[in-house]
Design a protein around this ligand. Structure first.
Ligand code: DSN
Length: 416
């Protein structure tokens, strides 16, 4: 980055500090990952110079000889990898992808039904502070109070009562597999469209270690940068009969020119995700999550639903007499990065809730396996038992840095 260094030393210095942070810390934020060098190169390439509003063969600017091919490759790889009838690879990220889906099928005031935000849903699934909750009649379903699991009977009854036009399945903080067939049946019974937001688990679906929503859903939205391990971006997969509505909603409905460098990097990520090594990676993501969850529970931590089937777990810290925010801040000082998170039926406020969310996609990308997961659980336990012991937190951060130095993270090999 010699050019940035010379032109803008302030930004250069911040990038370098962030590089070091990503190299030296155990990153357990469930939605984050480390992309490959190939994806970093593509994201930072000259495709960023081009405008290409429209779709291949029907653009509003000339000079699309290569951009059309880039986008068509990304679309083909997305369709092949996920078995989708149609793919739109232009959404800037997950929220615009979801908003475009609503624009494709809804009028202002129409009813949608999604998982409540405090129960693990996403802002764009109808939270009141989001456009999805302000422009639509957003109804929500909650998790079962005793099991912490999705209760399909409750969703069905709610759907029968509110008659949504779209039912949304998908989450940011639910540690179990969704039953897409049951969601489909409920949607059919009330004549709703089924939209699945698979942003969190798209990589697991691509790797074949998680059921696919694609056969069941009318529309599947996803970001490309979480477990799928691509650049920051998004895609919408849908049935052929919805292709035109979705494409029109993305452009010109919600967006202008697609980010062609991102589109190319999505194509690269999809090629990587079709490989055998990616399949192995996703299997390890789940193995790592399971062992971390079991070890934490053995040490007296309460996990929502008593464990995990996917890449994440939600820890309720109520019995540890520490808030999620205090725990997350102490862990960060100790070199372990998580986010504080509401737990279902949380009695605390969203800005200082009772839980933390822990995910394994990023640490698995740097090669952590079962032994490192056991070590992480021990460190988490010690930090949470002694969150104000600054000396101990600093010493732990040094220990973490040493451990990380044996596992060079993709894209950051030069630092190790
Ligand atoms: N912000 C993402 C997450 O952390 O889950 C969801 O989009």
């Amino acid at each position: 980055m010699e050019n940035v260094k010379e032109l803008d030393p302030e930004i250069y210095s911040l990038i370098k500090q962030e590089e070091k942070r990503q190299a030296d810390k155990i990153r357990l934020i469930a939605s984050e990952n480390y992309v490959s060098n190939a994806i970093l190169e593509t994201t930072g390439c000259i495709l960023t110079n081009k405008y290409s509003e429209g779709y291949a063969g029907k653009r509003y600017y000339e000079g699309q000889q290569f951009i059309d091919q880039v986008e068509q490759l990304a679309i083909k790889r997305a369709k092949d990898l996920f078995g989708a009838e149609h793919a739109n690879v232009q959404p800037y990220s997950g929220s615009p992808a979801n908003i475009a889906t609503y624009l494709a099928f809804l009028k202002p005031g129409d009813t949608i039904l999604g998982m409540a935000l405090p129960h693990g849903g996403h802002l764009t699934h109808g939270a009141k502070v989001s456009i999805s909750g302000r422009y639509f009649d957003a109804q929500s379903y909650e998790l079962d109070a005793t099991t912490g699991l999705i209760n399909y009977d409750t969703i069905r009854l709610k759907a029968l009562a509110v008659r949504p036009k779209i039912i949304i399945a998908g989450h940011s903080a639910y540690p179990r597999i969704l039953d897409f067939k049951k969601f489909r049946e409920i949607a059919d019974e009330v004549n709703a469209l089924l939209m699945v937001d698979m942003a969190h688990f798209a990589g697991l679906v691509a790797g074949g270690v998680h059921p696919s929503p694609v056969p069941y859903a009318d529309v599947v939205t996803t970001t490309t940068h979480k477990s799928l391990r691509g650049p920051r971006g998004a895609m919408i997969l849908c049935k052929a009969r919805h292709a035109q509505a979705i494409d029109k909603a993305v452009f010109p409905g919600v967006q202008g020119g697609p980010h062609d460098n991102t589109t190319a990097a999505i194509a690269v990520a999809l090629k990587e995700a079709a490989s055998d090594s990616f399949k192995k990676y996703t299997a390890q993501v789940i193995k790592n999550a399971k062992i971390l969850a079991e070890s934490l529970m053995a040490m007296g931590f309460t996990l929502i639903t008593n464990g995990t089937d996917n890449h994440l777990m939600l820890v309720d810290l109520t019995n540890k007499n520490i808030s999620g925010k205090t725990a997350a801040k102490a862990l960060d000082k100790a070199g372990i990065v998580v986010n504080y998170n509401a737990v279902p039926f949380d009695k605390r406020k969203p800005f200082d809730p009772s839980g933390i969310r822990i995910g394994t996609p990023a640490v698995t990308s740097r090669g952590f396996k079962e032994n490192e997961m056991l070590l992480i659980s021990t460190l988490i336990e010690k930090v949470i038992s002694d969150p104000e012991n600054e000396n101990f937190l600093t010493k732990t951060a040094e220990e973490v840095q040493k451990l990380c130095s044996h596992f060079p993270a993709p894209g950051l090999e030069h630092l190790h």
